[in-house]
Design a protein around this ligand. Structure first.
Ligand code: ACM
Ligand code: ZN
Length: 763
């Protein structure tokens, strides 16, 4: 970390210890000094360049402080906040420097973009009361810092699907504000899909008049069922109406509303990239214009919806008319045309599609998809736009100028191929960036561990990876509160991944900093996923007594717990200090914020035991672990290893790390590690196993961490009581495809989890 605390000279020692600043994403260079700049009624804003990039912050600050913050166009030496655009010293439009002394705040950047970005750093340095949009009696101070900062990637995106469920203009603006706070700069608006057409197209009014409304579907039914014990899963009444005597769900954005959202985003350094998904995922339109499908009707194929007919000229007319209006509406350089998940069974049977294949000398339906995508790309280029598609555009040949958005974690070489071909790539793999996937105690760390640049690219090729993005598909996200819950705080972790240099990323440090952001999010009334309670593991053992000390990352959180197996409510026992445990029990605990926002229940078992005896190490024991690698497909958990696999290879690893053969394979495989672990004293040892998919750790023939089953990255922590000496250790792991994770660590004396060092392992 570049947090350089200047040493305090003797005369300064009396000053209180510096309060750490908690900026996310972590700036490239940050030096903190003693003291603060205090904003008061006389503070003046010096705008040395013509820009409105600081307006959003200044307007909020005026509202919250009640101070006029008069603007002048000359530099004032004292009690001033100075903004200056200057070309020298910055190599990126979004780069900035921020210097805060007791006398003044000085913001410099190469462009208005950098000025805006700097204001969001200032926002994080100001009291959280800033977010309240009302007068607040606090000390408006900013700690003294020197910051130089610039982004790692140009594309720092969030996607939102507004088709499966619809969200209001007001909410989209709210979400854009969350993005701005964390320096995200691209909003990918998934405006159309099978379940609803959400953008007004003047030439084809039925697209929204009919296509924006539907009766309840199976996704809705699941949401309604889940809403019985989770209000955020309820479908908001405000999106329900009556049509032809039936209750329907839906909504759409007029072009005027879209202009308003684009302007709101632009003021916050966010570009809006629209997606009109085609030739599949087009059912909401085909329902109303069936002549553009292969057989004159909308419907479902074996896996996906029936696509547009790629042989029919009427299809191109409709799509080009739509894209003409979209291109005029959105100033974005890019337009996204989806092109994912196209069901090709109709194309195989359709005379028009087959005629097109012959006429254009195409080999198959994949090349027909390519023909469609290339033709649309040419059309967009003619409108001065660049085209983006999901990674399926690689199949059947990709044009040299298209940009690929990678999503299929189980096709890991797609972005490598595209970058080697010279295509720009945006990384949003299922393994880290699908924020509609469920969350658990390991999810945030997994997002933070995302490395957008795949292995196997030269330095030049790596430049083709222009950034990354989090995706929010909303089949099972019916409300704005649930979008909040699924995206926050994952978006915050992704923001640091995409901004901060890779070698400055530090999970423990991030974990500390984000703890100070939840109070700001509380004031903003964000329904974020409450961080799990700390200080307690899934499986505890003790020899004499155990003591539990709960921790929460959220200041002022209440923790409620039960010991009778029931789910804690906000009326259960209130935790007020360490709990001593001397018999076998199951403890359940749940945090609640000041606003009553409840987190997930954590469950911990406590088992009384004795120290397992050590064993004699075989005379020929060698360093490292014996590791068996298996290939297969049909595993459901670690019990299937050795039963349903096709290939086996035995290697030795230094510690619990993936062997070369597994790294290369990258999709579906299993591993078993066997050896001996050295316990240096009689003690209770704690192990953490983060894995995707299944993992089970055994020591001294006891299950220490049971993280079995096929699942997204999930962390479980367990304990074992060991006598001094060597003990058999075994780890079984299954990676079912879609991006694997395996991280085994053990707690040191301070409770910090570190990889198990190779000196403690033999086989
Ligand atoms: C996608 O998730 N179908 C791009
Ligand atoms: Zn056809």
């Amino acid at each position: 970390m570049m947090l350089l605390l200047l040493s305090l000279s003797a005369c300064q020692v009396k000053e209180t210890k510096l309060q750490p600043v908690n900026i996310i994403p972590q700036p490239n260079e940050l030096t903190q000094q003693a003291g603060e700049f205090i904003i008061n009624a006389e503070t003046v804003v010096c705008l040395l360049s013509e820009t409105d990039a600081a307006d959003v912050l200044l307007d909020n600050l005026r509202l919250a402080s009640g101070y006029p913050l008069k603007v002048v166009n000359e530099e004032i030496a004292k009690n001033a906040i100075v903004f200056k655009i200057e070309a020298g010293g910055f190599n990126n439009d979004e780069a900035y420097s921020l210097s805060v002394t007791k006398e003044k705040v000085l913001v410099k950047a190469k462009s208005a973009k950098g000025i805006f970005i700097a204001t969001q750093t200032l926002r994080q340095l100001l009291p959280v009361n800033l977010e309240e949009a009302k007068l607040s009696e606090v000390k408006w101070s900013v700690p003294c810092v020197e910051i130089k900062d610039a982004p790692r990637f140009a594309w720092r995106g969030m996607h939102m699907d507004v088709s499966r469920h619809f969200f209001s203009v007001d909410y989209i603006k709210r979400f854009l504000d969350y993005m701005a706070l964390y320096k995200m700069n691209t909003f990918h608006w998934h405006l159309t899909d099978d379940q609803g057409w959400r953008i007004e197209i003047k030439k084809y009014p039925e697209l929204t008049q009919n296509g924006a409304f539907r009766t309840f579907n199976n996704h809705d039914k699941v949401c309604i069922e889940r809403s019985k014990d989770n209000p955020a899963m309820a479908i908001p009444e405000k999106y329900m109406s009556e049509k032809d005597g039936e209750k329907v769900y839906g909504g759409y954005y007029t072009q005027e509303e879209i202009k308003e959202v684009i302007a709101y985003a632009a003021k916050r350094n966010i570009t809006i990239v629209p997606e009109i998904d085609m030739p599949g995922h087009f059912k909401a339109a085909i329902d109303n214009y069936p002549e553009v499908s292969c057989f004159g009707k909308a419907g479902w194929g074996q896996t996906f919806s029936a696509p547009l007919c790629a042989g029919n000229e009427a299809t191109y007319q409709l799509v080009e008319d739509i894209l003409t209006e979209v291109a005029e509406l959105f100033p974005s350089e890019y337009i996204h045309i989806g092109a994912d998940e196209v069901e090709k069974t109709n194309w195989k049977k359709c005379p028009k599609c087959q005629k097109r294949i012959k006429k254009e000398k195409l080999h198959d339906e994949h090349e027909l998809q390519s023909y469609f995508v290339h033709r649309i790309e040419k059309f967009l280029n003619g409108k001065g736009k660049r085209m983006i598609g999901w990674d399926e555009i690689l199949e059947g040949g990709m044009s040299p100028t298209a940009t690929m958005m990678f999503w299929r974690g189980w096709v890991p070489d797609a972005p490598v191929k595209a970058a080697k071909q010279g295509n720009d790539v945006i990384m949003s793999p299922t393994s880290h960036c699908y924020f509609d996937y469920g969350q658990n105690s390991g999810t945030l760390e997994n997002v933070y561990g995302f490395e957008p640049v795949p292995e196997g690219l030269s330095a030049e090729e790596q430049k083709r990876i222009i950034g990354g993005q989090g995706n929010i598909w909303t089949e099972y996200i019916p409300s704005e509160a649930q979008v909040d819950f699924m995206s926050m705080p994952r978006m915050i972790a992704l923001a640091e991944v995409l901004w901060t240099p890779a070698d400055q990323k530090d999970w423990q440090d991030f974990f500390q900093r984000i703890g100070n952001h939840f109070n700001r999010l509380d004031v903003m009334k964000v329904n974020y996923r409450f961080p799990d309670i700390g200080g307690v593991y899934d499986q505890h053992v003790f020899v004499d007594k155990a003591k539990v000390e709960f921790t929460s990352q959220v200041k002022d959180a209440e923790i409620r717990y039960t010991t009778d197996g029931t789910r804690p409510t906000n009326e259960s026992n209130l935790y007020s200090g360490p709990i001593e445990i001397s018999e076998n029990i199951t403890l359940k605990a749940r945090p609640f914020s000041k606003l009553g926002n409840g987190g997930d229940v954590i469950e911990a078992t406590f088992t009384k035991t004795t120290y397992a005896k050590g064993i004699e190490l075989p005379a020929d024991a060698k360093p490292g672990l014996a590791c068996d690698y298996y290939e297969g497909k049909r595993w459901k958990g670690v019990a299937d290893i050795g039963v349903v696999d096709t290939k086996k290879k035995s290697v030795v690893t230094k510690a619990f790390e993936l062997p070369e053969v597994a790294v290369k394979k990258g999709t579906s495989y299993a591993l078993t590690y066997n050896g001996y672990f050295y316990a240096d004293k009689d003690d209770v040892y704690t192990f953490s196993l983060l894995c995707d998919d299944a993992g089970v750790l055994k020591i001294a023939d006891l299950i220490v961490v049971d993280n079995d089953g096929m699942h997204a990255p999930l962390k479980k922590i367990g304990q074992v009581a060991l006598a001094k000496g060597w003990h058999p250790i075994e780890l079984k792991y299954v990676e079912g495809g879609g991006g694997g994770t395996l991280k085994l660590t053990s707690a040191d004396a301070d409770g910090q989890f570190k990889p198990i060092v190779s000196e403690l392992l033999k086989h």
